[in-house]
Design a protein around this ligand. Structure first.
Ligand code: FAD
Ligand code: A2P
Length: 271
């Protein structure tokens, strides 16, 4: 049998398989990708699902991932870290268009509009891949229906790590579906901490010093008008929570809507 007629090994059909439709590498530590959406999957913008690949033992190797695309999108988008020795992402970072991933269609999460009481301004506070749920919520019409202003604060060590978010925000203006609703309601406040940039400093420092309020011409956060959603490392979440509580805001949940909600962008590293 020559090489042309030799049967090719059948591609294993994964349980809950979805097909990769696009992959973009942003830095050596960050990439985003899009996959087909299961027809039956309904989710609220801001929620996460479990995705993964088959592990060496043949069992699914799954991790939590925020859905970065909005609820109305035909496909699903994810924004991912590449952990060099990470069980999943050491392999996931090599996926190509046409490959399959596993996606368990059971969305959950606290970064949803239902978990907040009505307010005037909505703050999205993120570090690193913690931007992912806000990539969804920034493209969600409800975000602009419910609030007069939406402020996206995103901090990374270096400028290149902001690029996915920057391009996304930039694209919103001309988006045929959501562009008009976004208008000038969305205020984008990216900062770096370890490379020179026009705005610098940790989210926490820019809130406590009042710099972000001064730069954007906004009053200091207050319980009556401001709502916040937080997504970053455990240490970031803990520090931001203290600051928001200092402004008089109370943490809420799906079952008990209040003034802010928090979700981990990843597990690990402690406080
Ligand atoms: P793991 O064994 O899971 O992690 C190894 C170590 O890498 C961790 O201990 C931590 O120190 C570090 N690490 C893991 N994830 C990150 C990260 N995102 N940023 C910085 N350091 C990290 N990850 C995403 O990339 N995008 C998402 O949208 C996302 N959403 C999540 C939502 C929730 C609710 C939770 C709990 C986690 C989320 N994660 C997300 C993290 C994700 O579940 C995995 O941890 C990540 O994909 C790495 O998997 P791994 O098996 O390669 O390494
Ligand atoms: P810094 O460079 O000052 O540590 P990382 O890459 O370690 O996940 O961090 C992503 C971004 O989050 C970095 O800009 C980092 O700032 C910032 N950061 C890390 N921990 C905290 C924290 N506890 N509070 C506020 N910002 C934080």
């Amino acid at each position: 049998m020559d090489a042309k007629t030799e049967p090719t090994a059948a591609k294993p059909h994964l349980p809950d398989a979805q097909t990769v439709t696009q992959v973009t590498h942003w830095t050596d530590r960050l990439f985003s990708f899009r996959v087909t959406r299961p027809q039956s999957l309904r989710f609220r913008s801001g929620e996460f699902v479990m995705i993964g690949l088959l592990g060496d033992t043949g069992k699914p190797l799954l991790r939590a991932y925020s859905i970065a695309s909005p609820a109305w999108d035909e496909e699903l988008e994810f924004y991912s870290i590449k952990v060099p020795d990470g069980p999943l992402t050491s392999r996931l970072q090599h996926i190509k268009v046409g490959d399959e991933i596993i996606l368990r269609p059971k969305p959950v999460g606290t970064l949803v509009h239902d978990a907040l009481l009505p307010g005037k301004r909505l703050w999205f506070l993120a570090t690193g891949t913690g931007l992912a749920p806000f990539a969804s919520l920034m493209r969600e019409p409800e975000t602009y229906e419910k609030y007069d202003s939406v402020i996206m604060m995103h901090t990374c060590r270096e400028v290149a790590e902001l690029e996915y978010g920057r391009q996304l925000v930039e694209s919103l203006k001309d988006d045929p579906l959501i562009g008009e609703m976004v208008g000038d309601k969305l205020r984008y406040y990216p900062t770096t901490t370890r490379e020179a940039f026009h705005h610098m400093g940790r989210v926490t420092d820019n809130l406590t010093s009042g710099k972000v309020f001064a730069d954007l011409g906004l009053p200091a956060m207050n319980r009556d008008e401001d709502r916040a959603m937080v997504c970053g490392s455990l240490a970031f979440n803990v520090d931001v929570k203290k600051i928001l509580e200092g402004f008089g805001l109370t943490e809420g949940a799906n079952s008990d809507p209040q003034q802010f909600v928090v979700e981990k962008a990843f597990v690990g590293d402690g406080i």
